[in-house]
Write a protein that binds this ligand. Structure first.
Ligand SMILES: [Zn+2]
Ligand SMILES: [Zn+2]
Ligand SMILES: [Zn+2]
Length: 282
């Protein structure tokens, strides 16, 4: 399995467009790993998690073709995770030809919200209707939590997140050839139901990618911060959910309490995890 991080920032990118805090100023100076686009990831060449606003910029930079994507797992419909303007390039008006069909997965609530967002920028009125299927060449799959399903060669499980209950945000595990990744953003503390699912489904993660929106001792809710991130990893270890050499990576990083990549990485190393960066390939 090959993972490519297309973006690792929270909703506002990093640095923020109109912020002159020390962290944003530092990022403007150092660039490189300190420039973060909105969170999204590609597995191998065919599975995208979140059709976010920066996927094309990332595609140019990391040479990953979005046209080859066959499957999309959508965590939720917030605008930093779904940009309908990319989606509508699948319609005949954009002369998109010879693209493989796309299978789109998400909670029903998220898919309905995406449908509304799509309606605002195209003549596709209903993602669930037959015109979406013909115009977008897309198949829609509303996902139920804690019920494993197959997507191509991947075995997927969706777990509930308490991040935005109105769109029933989801977290995903993706398994290929006995290797399992957990992609856990956006989320506040993992819910009891999610921990229950980990145990009941005998989850064993080789890679955990988890929300790290707020840095050490910073916290504004709705997401994890560094302290609670570390507590979560400790619990995963004590619950025997991690492979012996599991890699733990932080993503969805905002300027709130998260210093430069180099400095944050030093902090993370002390606690046995890594900070992901845009373009990181595992
Ligand atoms: Zn987000
Ligand atoms: Zn800032
Ligand atoms: Zn969100």
């Amino acid at each position: 399995m090959k993972l490519t991080f297309l973006g690792t920032a929270a909703a506002t990118s990093y640095p923020l467009a109109f912020c002159r805090c020390n962290y944003c100023n530092q990022a403007r100076k150092t660039g490189g790993k300190d420039f973060r686009k909105r969170s999204s990831i590609i597995i191998n060449d065919d599975l995208l998690i979140d059709m976010g606003p920066d996927i094309m910029s990332a595609s140019f930079m990391y040479n990953k073709s979005i046209a080859d994507i066959r499957y999309c797992l959508q965590t939720h419909s917030h605008s930093d995770h779904f940009d309908a303007s990319h989606f509508i390039t699948r319609t005949p008006e954009y002369m998109g030809i010879d693209i493989p069909p796309l299978q789109l997965y998400g909670s029903e609530e998220t898919l309905r919200k995406m449908s509304e967002m799509l309606k605002n920028v195209s003549d596709v009125n209903d993602l669930f209707g037959s015109d979406a299927k013909t115009k977008l060449n897309v198949e829609i799959f509303p996902v139920k939590t804690l019920q494993p399903f197959k997507v191509g060669k991947y075995e997927i499980v969706a777990f509930p997140s308490d991040h935005d209950l109105s769109v029933k945000s989801l977290l995903y595990s993706i398994k290929e050839d006995g290797f399992t990744v957990f992609y856990g953003t956006d989320t506040d503390n993992l819910t009891d139901e999610t921990w229950y699912g980990f145990r009941e489904l005998n989850m064993h993660f080789d890679i955990v990618i988890l929300d790290h929106t707020y840095g050490p001792d910073a916290d504004s809710g709705g997401h994890l911060n560094a302290n609670r991130f570390i507590e979560h990893i400790r619990k995963m270890k004590s619950d025997h959910l991690l492979a012996d050499n599991a890699r733990i990576l932080a993503t969805h990083i905002s300027h709130e309490g998260n210093p430069s990549h180099a400095e944050l990485s030093k902090y993370a190393e002390k606690f046995g995890y890594e900070i992901a960066y845009d373009g990181l390939v595992i």
